[in-house]
Design a protein around this ligand. Structure first.
Ligand code: AMP
Length: 287
């Protein structure tokens, strides 16, 4: 596995390997601090492509001014070991200066991809203005840099997956987006790089997010299709957490549904108190 930070070097290496090996290129974009959730994406990419690239980049344009950009966990050495074990071809780990130009650092602005207002200004996008513009921009840049055939995203970030699928369609990227199932700890907590922020008591509180979702799912499976009832039931379980949103949306449109008639998603974002600082976590379940 080659660890590369420079864009042109990566482009040349991909070109060379494509010439000698042929086949398709699979890309797994991440922000690092890799866990088994990320690795499930890497394994899928390895199964489906001759060439596999994992990118590790904590992207400044998707973080708000009061978010955790500076303290976001950076564990490149461990990430490299995990990728090596999965036979990844290239670990692309650029610095912000490899990705953004001088203009960006001087003016704090770059060319952005902005998905439609109604798609981004809800759920996670409501409390994180500009977040999905930053996400789409970096993902589009990674698509252009790697010229990948397939890209792998987790269903844990369901709104992100929906928005990227829309971007690919709207901008005619010739790339197949593969959505991968949520990987959970044994007790059902959704794996997340931000779980490393949690102390023991916050970890126990965080468990109430998945508990709430699974509780709603149980009720749904018993025949309850009314969103308000499912959400109220979930919120009754969501103890010791500060719920930012709990919503049920159509999987096809990501619009709120009052009664579940087709495939839907229930999503929760919540903050848990870990030693005085609030950690924001998200999770969702298919209904
Ligand atoms: P991140 O490093 O948080 O930006 O995540 C990189 C990719 O891994 C995104 O597509 C996430 O949706 C995906 N991912 C993160 N956690 C999980 C998980 N627990 N299960 C499945 N995919 C995940």
């Amino acid at each position: 596995m080659k660890i590369i930070s420079n864009v042109n070097e990566l482009r040349n290496e991909i070109k060379a390997l494509k010439t000698s090996k042929g086949g398709t290129v699979g890309l797994v974009p991440t922000m690092g601090a890799l866990h088994q959730g990320h690795i499930s994406l890497v394994k899928k990419a390895r199964q489906q492509n001759e060439i596999v690239i994992v990118s590790v980049f904590v992207n400044p344009t998707q973080f708000g001014p009061n978010e955790d950009y500076d303290k976001y966990p950076r564990t490149l050495e461990e990430d490299a070991k995990l990728c090596e074990e999965e036979n990844v071809d290239f670990l692309f780990a650029p610095s912000p200066r490899d990705i953004y130009d001088e203009y960006y650092f001087k003016n704090k602005e770059t060319t952005l991809i902005c998905p439609p207002y109604d798609v981004v200004n809800k759920l996670c996008g409501k409390s994180r203005p500009g977040h999905f513009d930053g996400v789409c921009t970096i993902v589009a840049k990674l698509f252009n840099i790697t010229k990948c055939d397939r890209a792998y995203f987790g269903k844990k970030d369901a709104q992100q997956l929906f928005i990227i699928q829309k971007m690919v369609k709207d901008l005619n990227f010739d790339i197949e987006i593969i959505g991968c199932p949520i990987v959970r700890e044994a007790d059902n907590l959704a794996m997340s790089s931000r779980n490393t922020y949690l102390d023991d008591s916050a970890r126990a509180d965080a468990l109430n997010i998945s508990k709430a979702l699974f509780c709603a799912k149980e009720l749904f499976d018993k025949g309850v299709k009314d969103s308000a009832i499912l959400i109220d039931t979930a919120l009754a379980v969501a103890k010791n957490i500060e719920v930012e949103y709990a919503e049920i949306v159509s999987m096809n449109t990501f619009e709120k549904v009052d009664t579940i008639e087709n495939k839907a998603l229930m999503l929760i974002a919540a903050r848990v108190n870990s030693n005085g600082s609030m950690v924001r976590l998200i999770d969702n379940i298919e209904l």
